[in-house]
Design a protein around this ligand. Structure first.
Ligand code: T4K
Length: 369
């Protein structure tokens, strides 16, 4: 990879000396996983930082989705969005659940609550929305529908670390929310993830499920999986928590620069911050209107590549266009016009805590000229 390549993101890594000190402790204790000391401290610290009552740590952001569905006994059909990373829908498939795709609200990128009711059938048991790019879904309307039809709501909040609406964590919405701590995220532990739940009993059940179903040395209460986070990643999480606010602020500054520079560019659209929302600036999507910009999304995408700028087309193709899912009745482009348009016009520009001024200038100049 050439030295002046600009990547879409870079991982948040702790100071190596501080991390080494923690590794030293792990080596001394010789306790490497299964609810170790750092694991317990990390769960407690995350609850406090994220303003949520109970968290269960996982080894990635996909297993909490699969486990949430198991814990809530979800079956039949689940209403979800095609505009996400493929793990969202895969979690349904792994549970033998039929995904039913509903179109998105172009103002948020999240599922459009006004289209949910017409997709409900007697087999529907839950809704799985995604706070895509960390933009909050229309949670109140989604909850009203769920309450009316007796459905569970599991939020894929993989992008929503630290997102608050009017001072309240978005992670407290619905029945459960999942997080991803993958290295490409605002807050990461190399691989990692979590499930946010609202009561101690459910936290206990999740902890059994992510440990093969063990409830004590000789009792297995459910066919659980191995989703446990280890001590090395928990230690990294504890250290990264100390610097995540600074990282989010650095990303915020990048977003401000992009917005200032790109606002006058015809045919390049983007979102501003939502009132009352604490954003995390995990992604900076722009939407290319070819008729006004004079170039298609893909032409701009490949032009950026030529200039060694590795932007990404998150989330193109739509999940509903992948071979596993495209045969589903809800997977048609006619059913999903807004999602199709967004997937066909989006480019996520590089944004991270270490992005340099000169690199931001290079990206802006490439888009402007
Ligand atoms: N739900 C949603 C809505 C999600 O977005 C995701 C994951 C999940 C669920 C599942 O959570 P996990 O099980 O993954 O925890 C990435 C990530 O692998 C994935 O975690 C993420 N979403 C998805 C949106 O993006 P890629 O295919 O973009 O990864 P990759 O390897 O191409 O990396 C992108 C760029 O990041 C590279 O060009 C450079 C940079 N990078 C990447 C890595 C891995 C680094 O600088 N260092 C690194 O170590 O999928």
């Amino acid at each position: 990879m050439s030295k002046d390549m600009i990547l879409v993101t870079t991982p948040l890594l702790p100071d190596l000396d501080e991390y080494y000190q923690m590794l030293r402790e792990i080596w001394d204790r010789k306790w490497v996983t299964n609810n170790g000391e750092f694991h317990q401290k990390f769960e407690a610290a995350l609850c406090e930082y994220l303003k949520v009552p109970y968290i269960s740590l996982f080894t990635n952001g996909t297993l909490p989705l699969i486990t949430a569905l198991q814990a809530l006994n979800i079956s039949g059909e689940v209403i979800t969005t095609p505009y996400s990373f493929v793990a969202t829908t895969h979690s349904l498939w792994w549970n033998g659940i039929k995904p039913v795709f509903v179109d998105i609200d172009p103002a948020t990128g999240g599922i459009d609550p006004e289209r949910i009711e017409s997709a409900i059938t007697p087999k529907t048991t839950a809704i799985m929305p995604v706070h895509v790019y960390g933009k909050p879904c229309r949670t109140r309307e989604i909850q009203d529908i769920a309450d009316k039809y007796g459905l569970k709501v599991i939020y894929d909040a993989a992008h929503a670390f630290g997102i608050e609406v009017d001072g309240n964590s978005i992670l407290n919405e619905g029945d459960m929310s999942t997080l991803s701590f993958h290295g490409t995220k605002v807050f990461g532990t190399t691989e990692g993830g979590a499930l946010v739940v609202h009561d101690a009993k459910m936290k206990q059940r999740i902890d059994y499920l992510k440990n093969f179903g063990f409830a004590g040395e000789t009792e297995v209460v459910a066919p659980g999986i191995n989703g446990k986070m280890d001590e090395l990643r928990s230690a990294m999480g504890l250290l990264n928590l100390r610097q995540v606010d600074a990282a989010i602020e650095a990303r915020h500054q990048v977003a401000i620069r992009y917005r200032e520079a790109l606002r006058p560019v015809e045919g390049i659209d983007f979102w501003d911050d939502m009132p009352g929302v604490r954003h995390n600036y995990g992604y900076f999507p722009i939407f290319v209107d070819a008729s006004k910009y004079g170039m298609t999304r893909d032409e701009l995408f490949y032009k950026l590549r030529e200039h060694r700028i590795l932007a990404r087309r998150y989330f193109y193709p739509l999940i509903s266009d992948f071979s596993t899912y495209r045969g589903l009745p809800s997977a048609t482009r006619e059913n999903l016009p807004n999602a199709t348009r967004m997937a066909d016009t989006v480019i996520c520009l590089p944004i991270h805590h270490e992005l340099k001024e000169k690199d931001i200038d290079r990206i802006i100049n490439c888009i402007k000229h």
